[in-house]
Write a protein that binds this ligand. Structure first.
Ligand code: NAP
Length: 254
């Protein structure tokens, strides 16, 4: 999806206040001419986004938005001119919360309705609702992209370890929902490419509590992951729509 850009072309990056989303904003500003709309619940009070905005004047707008809220997603759409949204990169995700009320389950006894609901809201329902709500803003007549961060642990075929019930299942549900979206768009919007992407284990607040058994070579810095993922997005064509890809371009089994 390496089409020529005009300055009014916009890339929406969600999860922009932290980790991979923040690194993607940085990389997009440094290597493209796109306008970047950086979104998360706390984007407008994020110092790192403020600094990026100062380094790239007029290129970055930050917007507070709880993407699980219908009214917030609607308000988000009002900030984008129809036809200008050439890329959506959904990096918002949830594995645990700060006070550990939400924590990946090790045993069946740890599974709760609240945990399933919270993880499904952010990792499964939100991406497809975001796709639904952003579609009308994306161009029909030229290449455009909807990419969403999934996770290898969402692969049912690759599940050899168990555990992490809600996160695994929510990412698997995201994959099924976005694969279905990709198939429909293949008929209705042949210029749109839909990708599900696994970043690899990346050094961010999301993975921080689980890094102690990860070797140094397998724990990637966010800036490196951002480059790898944007490389995949640049190379993707509508013919790649519906693929579930790892950071190195390998297909991941469903
Ligand atoms: N890090 C890894 O090793 C790894 C591995 C596999 C997959 N992933 C996936 O990659 C994606 C990015 O992960 P990360 O490691 O960069 O995570 P992170 O550092 O924890 O960032 C998550 C982002 O999501 C935003 N967010 C969460 N809930 C939201 C909501 N309801 N509305 C709007 N924004 C929301 C957070 O911002 P606010 O708190 O300001 O809303 C934050 O910007 C996630 O989907 C994750 O599952 C990560």
């Amino acid at each position: 999806m390496n089409a020529p850009e005009s300055p009014s072309d916009t890339c929406l990056v969600t999860g922009a206040s932290s980790g991979i989303g923040l690194a993607i904003c940085n990389e997009l500003l440094a290597t493209t001419t796109l306008s970047v709309l950086a979104v998360s619940r706390g984007a407008q009070s994020c110092d790192a986004l403020d600094q990026l905005s100062a380094r790239f004047p007029g290129r970055l707008s930050a917007l507070n938005c709880d993407l699980c809220s219908d009214s917030h997603r609607q308000a988000l759409g009002e900030n984008i001119a129809a036809g200008n949204l050439v890329r959506v990169i959904n990096c918002a995700g949830l594995l645990h919360d700060h006070d550990r009320a939400l924590w990946p389950e090790k045993r069946i006894e740890d599974v709760t309705a609240e945990g399933l609901h919270s993880l499904f809201s952010v990792n499964a329902y939100m991406p497809i609702l975001l796709a639904r709500d952003m579609l009308a803003l994306m161009p029909k007549d030229r290449p455009c992209l909807f990419a969403s961060l999934s996770a290898r642990v969402g692969s049912i075929g690759d599940n050899g370890l168990g555990g992490w019930y809600a996160y695994r299942a929510a990412k698997a549900a995201q994959n099924q929902l976005l694969k279905t979206f990709a198939i429909e768009m293949g008929r209705r919007r042949p210029n749109l490419c839909v990708l599900m992407l696994h970043p690899g284990t990346t050094d961010t607040p999301l993975s921080a509590p689980f890094q102690k058994n990860v070797s140094k070579e397998k724990l990637f810095p966010a800036h490196r992951v951002a480059r790898a993922l944007l490389g995949l997005m640049d190379a993707a064509t509508p013919g790649d729509s519906g693929r579930f890809l790892a950071w190195d371009g390998q297909d991941i089994p469903w």
